[in-house]
Design a protein. Structure first.
Length: 218
């Protein structure tokens, strides 16, 4: 299959690109940063999800995975929510090729336990996912994967602070965070193996939502 992944240069996006490539799929990555992958089935595009004028033309994905995201306050709505809308409307809505869309939400969309604008941006993802699912049916599915803690570079400031990390683990029944590769497995399952679930927001957080408290450096 032809797969498009935003935010493909790092974190969950890169792990997802590698997961699909390892299974023989053709992957197009979109990111404002350069490529960090070398594979004959991988094509990298420098693009900004907030600016449709930068989107590559001529790519007809069968699977679209919206991983691009930031945690920068005032820009979170533009990138995390409007960026997903921009890419999805451009490549999925009206396409005869699309079979599945997977959006990356967040546990904070379910609990509200994070920075206000970030939580709001991810909350919008949940509603937009349901909207797209209705519009793509019966041709394609659309679901969101909503992780709790994931061991990415973005979270290093709490992962390397023992006091904060211990507090986080107190709130996490499974006593660990997911790896980016684990989230990539969920994305693959929802995009490729799943054929009947649509419009759903899957919370993948090790049980943390049941004991929500946002832990971050002062």
């Amino acid at each position: 299959m032809i797969v498009m992944i935003t935010g493909a240069s790092g974190g969950i996006g890169r792990a997802t690109a590698e997961y699909f490539l390892d299974r023989g799929h053709v992957v197009h990555g979109l990111d404002i940063s350069g490529s960090t992958l070398i594979n004959e089935n991988y094509t990298h595009h420098i693009a900004d999800v907030t600016d449709p004028a930068t989107f590559p033309e001529g790519v007809l994905p069968e699977v679209l995975i919206n991983c691009a995201g930031i945690q920068e306050g005032n820009r979170d709505i533009d990138v995390n929510l409007k960026g997903v809308i921009n890419v999805t409307e451009h490549y999925a809505i009206g396409s005869s090729c699309i079979k599945a869309v997977v959006n990356i939400g967040s546990a904070s969309a379910h609990t509200g336990s994070e920075f206000p604008v970030y939580a709001a941006s991810k909350g919008g993802i949940l509603a937009y996912t349901k909207n797209v699912a209705l519009r793509l049916a019966p041709q394609a599915t659309c679901n969101s994967i909503d992780p709790g803690g994931v061991t990415t570079e973005l979270n290093r400031c709490v992962m390397e602070d023992k006091k904060l990390w211990d507090r986080i683990m107190e709130l996490t029944p499974l006593k660990r965070w997911a790896s980016p590769e684990e989230i990539a497995e969920w994305i693959y399952f929802v995009a490729v193996n799943n054929r009947f679930m649509t419009g759903q927001n899957l919370l993948i957080d090790g049980g943390e939502a049941g004991r929500a408290e946002f832990v971050w450096p002062e």
